[in-house]
Design a protein around this ligand. Structure first.
Ligand code: PLP
Length: 366
């Protein structure tokens, strides 16, 4: 049996009896834009996350873009972020006309290195944008202190961290504003594109609701230049069905991760480390190895998927050549050359995990 990176069909089969009638109901109600399921999901998500407001939108990239706009970030501003993330994190900074200032990552968690973020603060710095990479919360306490001390906006990229928390406080409830993605393969994923912004601020929430809907509070009255960025009703149906299961899904991801750890920690590679500060929800299980190609080849021969997240750090991307000329981030560069992500999803069986580990053990022996 092939082992994919994610198995969305398995999850659909489980939810099918409940989803299909819910889809039919939404189809006949025919309120497709900002309908009752979208509204209900926003309330349910806000309650789960412990935030005053959850505002859905079209995707996670838009969520970051709108979050930065609502935080008042614009041309001439600098936003400190990590170069070891998906491109969208920094694209959103460019969309608002600000400059992404990359700083290196922590070698254990692969999240932004707080000491380096501190050193990168200038008079132009307006925001910190940590990413809770692979599902492990960034080190938020010192970042919150830093934001407070320097009066910076703290914007969380929670695309990979739905349900991750620090001492019970959810990612997305710690910054001034936070962005989530419901891309199908994320921990909480829908059946297409989807996103959400969270905030405790009533004022920001009002702006965000306008921004995602053509700058309008009252239909056909437009106060600001907004966007068409809404979550659609059918995606909200999916998310409402999955939200009550997210803790279970994340627990199962942790089961898989810990089973991988138990075998792989004995081998000549670095298993993902949990810093013990927050709850890691393992969006990805990413190890470091000097034998990446050999492992990937052996896995492929056994029809086992693997992936490199991310092979090229953002400061080495062509698109950011101008803003990152001459910058070097040794930890990021070394991690990008050695990282390898293994299949992980809630439905992955222990037997399958053992099979993956067996193939890796053999590959490293050879
Ligand atoms: C997935 C992802 C995004 C973007 O989300 P989309 O819904 O695909 O637009 C942003 N940041 C990170 C870290 C992501 O993993």
């Amino acid at each position: 049996m092939p082992i994919p990176m994610v198995d969305l069909v398995a999850q659909y089969r489980d939810l099918q009896p409940q989803l299909e009638p819910a889809f039919l109901k939404a189809l006949t109600a025919a309120q497709f834009i900002l309908g009752p399921n979208v509204q209900a999901f926003e309330k349910e998500a806000a309650e789960y996350l412990g935030v005053a407001h959850a505002i859905t939108c079209a995707n996670g990239t838009d969520a970051l873009h709108l979050a930065l706009l609502a935080a008042g970030i614009g041309p001439g501003d600098e936003v400190i972020t990590t170069p070891f993330t998906f491109i969208a994190t920094a694209e959103a900074i460019a969309y608002v006309g600000a400059k992404a200032v990359f700083v290196d990552i922590d070698p254990c968690t692969f999240n932004i290195d707080v000491a380096q973020a501190q050193r990168a603060i200038t008079a132009k710095t307006k925001a910190l944008l940590p990413v809770h990479l692979f599902g492990q919360p960034a080190n938020m306490a010192p970042l919150m202190a830093l934001a407070k001390e320097h009066q910076l906006q703290l914007v969380e990229d929670c695309a990979q961290s739905f349900g991750a928390n620090i001492g019970g406080i959810q990612t997305g409830a710690m910054g001034d504003v936070a962005a989530f993605s419901f891309f199908p393969s994320k921990n909480l994923g829908c059946f297409g594109d989807g996103g959400m912004i969270t905030t405790q601020s009533d004022e920001m929430a009002e702006t965000l609701r306008m921004l995602r809907n053509h700058g309008s509070k009252v239909r056909y009255y437009h106060d600001i230049v907004g966007y068409n960025s809404r979550l659609d009703e059918l995606q909200a149906v999916v998310l409402r069905a999955k939200l009550p299961l997210i803790d279970h899904y994340n627990q199962e991801r942790r089961r898989v991760a810990h089973r991988y750890n138990a075998v792989l920690c004995l081998l000549n590679l670095q298993t993902p480390c949990e810093d013990g500060v927050g709850l890691h929800v393992f969006h990805q299980y990413t190890l470091l190895t000097d034998h990446r190609e050999a492992i990937q080849q052996a896995l492929a021969e056994h029809k086992i998927a693997s992936a490199v997240y991310y092979p090229v750090p953002l400061h080495q991307q062509k698109v950011f050549a101008d803003i990152s000329a001459g910058t070097h981030f040794p930890v990021t560069e070394s991690v990008a050359q050695r990282c390898l992500s293994l299949p992980i999803y809630p439905e992955l069986s222990n037997e399958a995990v053992d099979e993956v580990c067996g193939v890796i053990r053999q590959a490293l022996k050879a």
